[in-house]
Design a protein around this ligand. Structure first.
Ligand code: 26W
Length: 824
C-alpha cells in the first residue's frame, strides 16, 4: 500500500461512477446559492459544510423514499425503537461512506477549493445520549437500514445534548452544548405530525371500554422532526423521528397586555422545558418530575403516531402485533405499556383482555443495567398526580397479574413480584412494568442475561421462564472500522477480498496470516499513522507531547466507580514509582490515555477525573520517567473523539468490577480495530475472549461470582493491602497529598472510602491487575507476539457486528422477516 493511502483519512470504499463528481459539484453550488443564499466567493467553511450536507441529503432522501414506499406497498412488519437517547455523533462522513460518495464528494469539494476532511470536522456531534445505551441505539438504526429491517426510531429532539466538558485546573467543568446553533440541515420538521400530550387532571366515566374520560389539566404539543439514516451501500434507510415540545398557547396576550411579560410566556416555557435538555445522568435515575414528563411525552407521542399510522393502513388494531414490534430501550419508555392499553381501551373501545394480549405481543424490553441504584421507580403519588389514567391502568395490570400468580402458586412471594414497591413509600417499579408488559425481555451479553435471571428479575423469571433471552450487543463496522480506520480497511480488502465490506465475516481470512511478519509491518505502519494523528490531538488539547512509538494504553468511557478508572490510575502510580526506583531498567514506554465525562452530581467520579489530571501533572513533568510514561486526560469525550482514539489504541482497558458492566460496546470497537484487551470476566469481554481465544486477551481479577461472595463476606482491608505489595505506598501517597501539593487533603476522602468499603473491588483486584499489566509489558516487548494477538483480534470479531445483533432481534424477538441475503 502506498504511504498516501495509509495517511489519508478517506475510506477506501468507492463504488459510484466518476460522473458523480460533476453532479455533486453542481448540486453543492446550487445548495450554496439557492438554499443558503451565498456566493461561493464569500462562503464560510460552515456554508460549505451545510451545502455538502444538503447535497448528500438529497441522495439519502431518494433511498429513504424508496424504502418507505416499499414498506407501505408490502405491508411488512415494522420495528419501532423507543429510546430516550440517540448518541449519533456526526453524520456527513457516515452518510457519504454508506452512499459510496466519499471519494466523489472529496473530489467535488477539492475542485471547488474546499477540503472535505476539514469541513467534516466542523459538523457538530449530535450528542443526544449519555453513553453506551444511546450509542447502541444509533448503531442499531444504521444496522436496521443495512439489513433491510423497516424501522423508525423515536426519541426526543433535545435543544441541548450532553454537556461539553472543560478541564480547568484538573477539574471537570460542564458547559452547555448547543448543537442546533447553526440549525440542523439533516432534519425535516413535520408540523402536520403533531400530537397532544396530556398531564394531570382527572378521570371520569365508567370502567367500560371507551367510556373512561381523562381530562388532562395541561396539554402540550409534540412536533415531529425526521432524519433519514442510510444503511450500507444506500439500499435502505430508516427514520429517526424526534419529538419537540411546543406550547398550545405560546403567548398569553391578556397577561402581556397587563404588563406581565414573564407570565405571558410562562406556558410556553413550561411546555418547551420538556425537550430543552438531556438529563446528563447515566446510572442514577434523575427522579425529578421533569424527567417523568420527558418519558411520558415521547412515549405517548410515539404510541399515538404508530397507532394512527397502523389504523390508517389497516383500518383495525386487531392485527397490531402482526405488523408492529415496539422495542423499549431500557425502562425509560416503559409507560408505553400503559399508554398502549389506554389507546386501545379508551380510544378504540377494546376489552381489557384483548388489549392486553395485543400490548404484550407487540412490546419487548431491553435491560441495560443491573446496578440497583439505576433501576427506575416513580412514587405512586407523583404518577397519580401527573398521569392519573395511567396509574389506574398500572394498578389494573398489577391486580390481574398478581391474581394469576396467586391462582397458579399460592406460595408465591407477591411483594417481590408486584409492580408496586411498598417498602420505601409506594413506588412503581418501571422494570417490572416493562417486564410484565413484554413478550420478550433481553439482556445485552450472555453473562448479563444470566445474571438477570439470578438477581433482579429472579422472581419474575420464575413466573415467566421463557421471557428472558439474550442478544449480545453489536456495533456498526461502517462507522467504527471502515470510516474511522480507512488504512486498516484497505488492507482488509486486499487481504480478505473486496467483499469484506459487504460481508464482514470474510475478515476471518486475516487469521491465516496471523504470524506473517510482513503483514505485521504493514499493520504497524497503519497503526503508526493513526497514532500520529492522535498525538497531534493530544498536543493540541492537553499540551503534552507523546511518542507514537510508545504503547498507547486507552480507557475511554463514562467515569464511574464500577468502570474503575481509579484502579487504572492507582496502578499507573505504582508503575511510576517502579520506574523511578529502577530508572535504568528497560521499561516499555507507555502513554496512559483517559477520556470520559462524569455526571455533574457524581462527586466521586469528578474526584477521579481530578486525580487523573493531578497524576498527569506530576508524571509528565518528571525528567526521570519522561521517555517511559505519560498520562493524558483528553477533555470532552464524544463519538467523534472516540473515532480518532480507537484506531490508534494498542491496549483497550475494559476493567469493570465483574458482574457490573452489562456488556460494553467500546470493547468490541477496540478489538475489531486490533487493540489487545486487558479486562475482567465481565459483560461482552467474556464473549470477545471466547472468540479471539484466551491467549489473545489478557484477563485478570475476580469473577462475578467471587465478587458476590466478597461483598457478602468482605476481607479485612489490612489483609488485602498486605497481599498487594505496592498498594499501601500508592494509597498513602494519594491520601497524603503527594499528587495534590496545593491541597494535601484533596484525596483523603477518596482513599478513606476505598479502605472503609471496597465495594468495587479496586483494592481486591489491584495486584492481579498490576501483574496483568506487567504481562502486557512482556507481550509488547515481543512484536511478533503482539501483532499476532492484534491480527487475531481483528480476524475474530466480525460476530460483534450490529447486523448480527439486529438479525437476532428480528428472528427471536420481533419476528420480522429479513430480506433474503442475496438482496443485502
Ligand atoms: C435512569 C438513569 C439511567 C440512565 C441510563 C440508568 C441507566 C442508564 C443506562 C442503562 C446506562 C447505559 O448506558 N448502560 C450501558 O448500556 C450499554 C448498551 O447496552 C452497555 O454496553 C453498557 O455495559 C451499559 O452500561
Amino acid at each position: 500500500m502506498s504511504d498516501h493511502a495509509v495517511a489519508s483519512s478517506k475510506p477506501a470504499v468507492h463504488f459510484e461512477p466518476d460522473d458523480q463528481v460533476e453532479r455533486l459539484k453542481t448540486e453543492i453550488l446550487r445548495k450554496l446559492t439557492y438554499s443558503l443564499g451565498k456566493n461561493p466567493s464569500v462562503a464560510q467553511p460552515h456554508d460549505w459544510l451545510t451545502a455538502g450536507i444538503l447535497a448528500a441529503r438529497d441522495h439519502a432522501i431518494d433511498v429513504w423514499q424508496g424504502t418507505t414506499k416499499e414498506s407501505y406497498a408490502t405491508g411488512r412488519k415494522r420495528v419501532y425503537y423507543l429510546s430516550l437517547e440517540f448518541l449519533i455523533g456526526r453524520s456527513l462522513a457516515e452518510t457519504l461512506n454508506n452512499l459510496g460518495l466519499t471519494g466523489a464528494m472529496a473530489q467535488a469539494m477539492r475542485e471547488l477549493g474546499v477540503d472535505l476532511d476539514r469541513i467534516e470536522t466542523i459538523e457538530p456531534d449530535a450528542a443526544l445520549g449519555n453513553g453506551g445505551l444511546g450509542r447502541l441505539a444509533a448503531c442499531y438504526m444504521e444496522a436496521m437500514a443495512t439489513t433491510g429491517v423497516p424501522a423508525l426510531g423515536y426519541g426526543i429532539r433535545y435543544d441541548h445534548g450532553l454537556f461539553k466538558q472543560r478541564i480547568d485546573g484538573g477539574k471537570q467543568i460542564e458547559v452547555p452544548e448547543d448543537w442546533l446553533s447553526f440549525r440542523n440541515p439533516w432534519e425535516f420538521e413535520r408540523r402536520e405530525a403533531s400530537y397532544r400530550i396530556g398531564f394531570g387532571g382527572s378521570v371520569t366515566g365508567t370502567t367500560m371500554p371507551g367510556e373512561v374520560f381523562w381530562a388532562p389539566e395541561e396539554t402540550v404539543f409534540a412536533v415531529a422532526y425526521d432524519t433519514p439514516i442510510v444503511g450500507w451501500r444506500g439500499r435502505d434507510a430508516t427514520t429517526l423521528r424526534l419529538w419537540r415540545a411546543r406550547a398550545m398557547h405560546p403567548l398569553s396576550l391578556d397577561a402581556f397586555n397587563q404588563g406581565d411579560i414573564i407570565g405571558a410566556v410562562a406556558e410556553r416555557n413550561r411546555a418547551e422545558a420538556i425537550s430543552k435538555v438531556l438529563y446528563p445522568n447515566d446510572s442514577t435515575p434523575a427522579g425529578q418530575e421533569l424527567r417523568l414528563r420527558q418519558e411520558f411525552f415521547f412515549t405517548s407521542a410515539s404510541l399515538q403516531d404508530l397507532v394512527r399510522r397502523h389504523y390508517r393502513q389497516f383500518g383495525t388494531l386487531e392485527n397490531l402485533s402482526d405488523k408492529v414490534s415496539i422495542q423499549l430501550n431500557d425502562t425509560h419508555p416503559s409507560l408505553a405499556v400503559a399508554e398502549l392499553m389506554r389507546l386501545l381501551i379508551d380510544q378504540h373501545k377494546m376489552e381489557w383482555e384483548a388489549a392486553w394480549a395485543i400490548t404484550s405481543a407487540t412490546i419487548s424490553y431491553t435491560n441495560h443495567t443491573l446496578l440497583p441504584e439505576a433501576l427506575e421507580t416513580w412514587p405512586v403519588a407523583l404518577m397519580e398526580r401527573l398521569l392519573p389514567r395511567h396509574m389506574q391502568i398500572i394498578f389494573g395490570i398489577n391486580a390481574r397479574f398478581l391474581n394469576d400468580v396467586r391462582r397458579d402458586n399460592p406460595e408465591a412471594d407477591l411483594a417481590t413480584l408486584s409492580l408496586i414497591d411498598e417498602s420505601h413509600g409506594r413506588r412503581v417499579r418501571m422494570a417490572h412494568l416493562a417486564f410484565v408488559g413484554s413478550h420478550k425481555v433481553n439482556g445485552v451479553s450472555a453473562l448479563h442475561s444470566s445474571l438477570m435471571k439470578e438477581t433482579v428479575f429472579a422472581p419474575l423469571h420464575a413466573v415467566f421462564p421463557d421471557r428472558i433471552t439474550n442478544v449480545t450487543n453489536g456495533i456498526t463496522e461502517r462507522r467504527w472500522l471502515f470510516s474511522a480506520n480507512p488504512g486498516l480497511t484497505s488492507l482488509l480488502q486486499e487481504t480478505c477480498g473486496e467483499a469484506v465490506t459487504d460481508d464482514i465475516g470474510l475478515i476471518r481470512r486475516l487469521g491465516a496470516h496471523a504470524g506473517d511478519t510482513g503483514l505485521h509491518d504493514r499493520l504497524r505502519a497503519i497503526r503508526r499513522a493513526n497514532k500520529e494523528r492522535l498525538a497531534k490531538v493530544i498536543r493540541q488539547d492537553c499540551g503534552v507531547t507523546v511518542d507514537p512509538n510508545a504503547l498507547f494504553d486507552v480507557q475511554i468511557k463514562r467515569i464511574h466507580e464500577y468502570k474503575r478508572q481509579l484502579l487504572n490510575i492507582l496502578e499507573t502510580i505504582a508503575l511510576y514509582d517502579a520506574i523511578r526506583s529502577e530508572p535504568y531498567r528497560d521499561w516499555a514506554p507507555r502513554v496512559k490515555i483517559f477520556a470520559g465525562k462524569a455526571a455533574s452530581n457524581y462527586a466521586t467520579a469528578k474526584s477521579i477525573i481530578n486525580l487523573i489530571n493531578d497524576v498527569a501533572a506530576v508524571v509528565n513533568n518528571d525528567i526521570t520517567t519522561r521517555d517511559r510514561l505519560k498520562v493524558v486526560f483528553l477533555p470532552n469525550y464524544n463519538v467523534s473523539l472516540a473515532e480518532t482514539i480507537i484506531p490508534a489504541a494498542d491496549l483497550s482497558e475494559q476493567i469493570s468490577t465483574a458482574g457490573m458492566e452489562a456488556s460494553g460496546t467500546g470493547n468490541m470497537k477496540f478489538a475489531l480495530n486490533g487493540a489487545v484487551t486487558i479486562g475482567t470476566l465481565d459483560g461482552a469481554n467474556i464473549e470477545i475472549g471466547e472468540r479471539v481465544g484466551e491467549e489473545n486477551i489478557v484477563i485478570f481479577g475476580m469473577t462475578a461470582e467471587q465478587v458476590e461472595a466478597a461483598k457478602r463476606n468482605p476481607r479485612p482491608t489490612a489483609d488485602v493491602i498486605r497481599d498487594a505489595p505496592h498498594l499501601e505506598g500508592v494509597l498513602d501517597a494519594v491520601a497524603g497529598g503527594a499528587y495534590s501539593p496545593g491541597e494535601r487533603g484533596r484525596y483523603a476522602g477518596l482513599v478513606d472510602g476505598l479502605r472503609a468499603n471496597d465495594w468495587f473491588m479496586v483494592l481486591n483486584d489491584f495486584e492481579s491487575y498490576r501483574q496483568a499489566q506487567r504481562r502486557i509489558d512482556g507481550l509488547w516487548a515481543d512484536p511478533a507476539t503482539w501483532w499476532r494477538m492484534s491480527v487475531t483480534n481483528t480476524a475474530h470479531c466480525a460476530w460483534f457486528s450490529a447486523d448480527r445483533a439486529i438479525r437476532e432481534y428480528a428472528e427471536r424477538i420481533w419476528n420480522v422477516p429479513l430480506k433474503p441475503a442475496a438482496q443485502l
